[in-house]
Design a protein around this ligand. Structure first.
Ligand code: SUG
Length: 424
């Protein structure tokens, strides 16, 4: 039974904005206070999904949770009707309020870690919801993501969806952004690599604790290799491993300085994965890798064979980076195509093509068990585009977040999304 990988992209929510909420994420910090374009952002994301559908890939989506995150504000003691809660939080604790207004669930690579059925202890696909405990705004996602993943992957014969690990720094977990799977094929047994940061004093917060990767592996019944990110990569702004490395089936594409101990990683992969191919790039610096998001490409297997890199336009615009891409395409390796996408609105918050998607490997039975509303065909894709065009705000100035008119507009967009999901 053939196993394929389905990419579930986060549909970018109607409140997408630039509030500079992620220290260590250079794009987020440098665009703080800029004017965002939620409608264009969501349409960019949908256009990326369509590019893959048109190439014959199965594509899913994950709806955005309702924002502002009123439940998080209530948990912090704000009470009354929803509008009272929002008004009081905006007034009394604008920092908390802004954190509750983030559309950050769009970066579905952080929603959960996915362990393939071939690697898990019980033959099911395991999804361990990420607690995103390091960043306040992102920590609000975990309960919503857990509920949504349970809806999409509700069939317990094929899927096990786990709640988030305890939300403390000891277990800080950023999901699939710090996990790579190397295997001869999507269906074969693979090597799970969990990449963590260091608690030993970087100027940036450690976002992924080793203990979290260990817990995820245990929960899913999987074996794992736990690798430390290089200090240089963290200092250059690699707040997640997936901005300096990407793996697909038997291919690893990584910056030469992504890991503290590359020899250990390459050695383990050579031993565990027949046909393993390592493509390590040192012709560009870590800073160029991070500003262009070359390694935040999706590396996908094409239905006709071979692999493609789905790159952000920023990688094509940087001459040295693009030269590196051309060299990859020309060299003797499975990657033979570059698909360039425009996800600029997401990029300005530090989220490239790979951040926007959660990859889920499924065999035919598991694929059939997915709630079909979340798998895109032409009709559903058109419906989502129409919804976004009608209801997503054209622009948001960070100063507008406290404006009740914006809460109404965003609430109406979520209501329309709920109606669409009930009949899609
Ligand atoms: O967690 N940006 C996200 C970007 C996540 C990228 N994901 C992966 N690399 N997989 C983050 O730093 C910025 C939001 C703001 O500043 O408003 C933000 O959360």
């Amino acid at each position: 039974m053939t196993t394929i990988e389905i990419n579930f992209d986060g549909l970018i929510g109607p409140i997408h904005n630039y509030a500079g909420l992620s220290p260590g994420n250079i794009a987020s910090a440098s665009n703080a206070g800029a004017i965002s374009q939620p409608r264009a952002a969501a349409l960019q994301g949908l256009a990326k999904m369509k590019r893959l559908i048109d190439r014959g890939l199965v594509q899913g989506f994950i709806p955005p949770p309702r924002r502002p995150a009123i439940a998080a504000l209530r948990a912090a003691g704000f009470s009354g009707g929803d509008r009272d809660v929002l008004a009081a939080a905006a007034q009394d604790d604008p920092v908390l309020f802004n954190n509750a207004c983030s559309a950050s669930a769009m970066w579905a690579a952080n929603a959960a870690t996915v362990i393939a059925a071939a690697d898990s202890g019980d033959g099911r696909v395991h999804l361990v919801t990420a607690n995103l405990a390091t960043m306040l705004h992102r920590s609000f996602e975990a309960p919503d993501s857990f509920a949504m993943l349970r809806t999409i992957f509700r069939d317990e014969r094929c899927f096990a969806v786990h709640p988030a690990l305890p939300g403390t720094q000891h277990f800080s977990d950023e999901g699939a952004a710090n996990h790579m799977r190397l295997a001869p094929s999507h269906g074969a047994r693979g090597l799970n690599i969990f990449v963590h940061g260091t608690a030993r004093g970087s100027r940036f917060p450690e976002r992924q604790a080793r203990r979290a990767g260990e817990a995820v592996a245990r929960l899913a019944g999987a074996q794992g290799l736990h690798m430390l990110q290089s200090q240089a990569a963290i200092e250059a702004g690699a707040f997640h491993n997936d901005v300096v490395a990407v793996a697909n089936e038997h291919v690893l594409l990584a910056h030469a300085h992504a890991f503290a101990d590359r020899e250990a990683l390459i050695g383990a992969a050579l031993r565990a994965v027949p046909g393993f191919v390592a493509i390590e790039i040192d012709s560009i610096g870590l800073d160029e890798a991070i500003s262009s998001y070359l390694f935040n490409s999706q590396l996908i297997t094409l239905p006709e064979g071979g692999m493609a890199l789905v790159l952000p336009g920023e990688a094509q615009a940087a001459p040295r980076v693009w030269a590196a891409v051309e060299a990859i395409l020309e060299a003797d390796n499975p990657i033979n195509e570059a698909i360039v996408v425009d996800v600029r609105e997401s990029m300005r918050n530090g989220g490239g093509p790979a951040c926007l998607r959660l990859r889920v490997p499924v065999n035919a039975a598991a694929r059939a068990a997915i709630d079909p509303r979340f798998l895109l065909d032409a009709r559903r894709w058109d419906a989502l585009c129409g919804l976004v065009e009608r209801h997503w705000p054209e622009r948001i100035d960070a100063a507008d977040l406290a404006d009740p008119a914006l809460w109404d507009a965003v609430g109406a967009a979520h209501d329309a999304l709920d109606i669409l999901l009930a009949r899609i």
